[in-house]
Design a protein around this ligand. Structure first.
Ligand code: T5A
Length: 227
């Protein structure tokens, strides 16, 4: 009987996760990369192949753009408009060449950051026009739709402490990490606003706990959002 129940549950989970596009969002160092890997392991145990990917990036061309977006430090400053267009250019390439083909094969695609990061960072952080961002996001991803989003909520200073542990205590900041606390608080507020507006798609997860507790909550939230 126990075996039969496990078999049934696994079959149900397979149907729930097959061909789904799931995004992970949150502030710097919230633990998205850690949790996306654990989620993929669990989903694969249901018999669904997963594709793990990230933004900006995900294809060779998009990864080259990622390097410019995160690390360009020439004399010629990148304007907010150029930053936004570079992010959307990388995204369009990523969606057409990697995400849509994987979904068509029935894979579950797990993406570390996606369009909500653009609303939160370029909209909330850089104060760019939200309607323009929405139009460009749609233009870059159509006909793709996000099935579920995990928003990892963490105090921004705690996130920075975590990334500094990873860098061995050395101060290594990219173009976004080097922004001030007000910028990052606006980003976090932007994420929470999205979650409030779209609770059918976005689950907010308290990321200030152990890795195992967070993982359990994420799998429960995904089940609720996708079933
Ligand atoms: N960006 C991106 C935009 O401005 N607009 C956009 O549209 C998009 C898509 C990407 C940058 O680009 C910007 C936002 C970003 O600034 P990135 O390097 O991908 O840059 O940055 P992050 O996505 O923030 O990646 P991080 O690796 O910094 O953070 P993660 O993935 O959230 O965290 P993770 O898992 O690497 O964990 C960080 C550290 O914490 C530990 C881990 O072991 C690791 O050392 N950790 C924990 N420690 C304690 N308790 C836990 N529960 C922990 N979980 C993990």
């Amino acid at each position: 009987m126990l075996f039969f129940n496990i078999f049934l549950k696994s079959g149900l989970m397979k149907e729930i996760f097959k061909g789904k596009f799931i995004t992970f969002e949150g502030p710097e160092g919230a633990g998205k990369t850690t949790q996306i890997q654990l989620a993929a392991k669990t989903i694969e145990s249901y018999g669904v192949q997963c594709l793990l990917t990230r933004e900006p990036g995900g294809t060779p061309l998009a990864e080259e753009l990622r390097n410019i977006i995160k690390h360009y430090n020439g004399d010629e400053k990148i304007s907010p408009e150029t930053e936004l267009l570079l992010i959307e250019a990388a995204r369009s390439q990523h969606v057409k060449h990697k995400i849509l083909p994987a979904l068509a094969e029935g894979k579950c695609v797990l993406c570390d950051r996606f369009t909500d990061s653009t609303c939160a960072y370029q909209g909330g952080g850089r104060h760019m026009n939200m309607e323009n961002i929405r139009i460009l996001n749609e233009f870059a991803i159509a006909p793709l739709k996000i099935n579920a989003t995990i928003l990892m909520k963490l105090d921004i200073t705690e996130g920075f402490k975590r990334t500094q542990v990873r860098y061995g205590g050395k101060e290594v900041f990219d173009r976004f990490e080097s922004q001030n606390l007000e910028f990052h608080q606006n980003v976090m507020d932007g994420f929470l606003q999205i979650a409030e507006n779209e609770h059918d798609r976005v689950a907010v997860i308290n990321a200030a706990r152990s890795i195992e507790e967070i993982h359990t909550d994420i799998m429960e939230a995904l089940y609720e959002l996708l079933r």
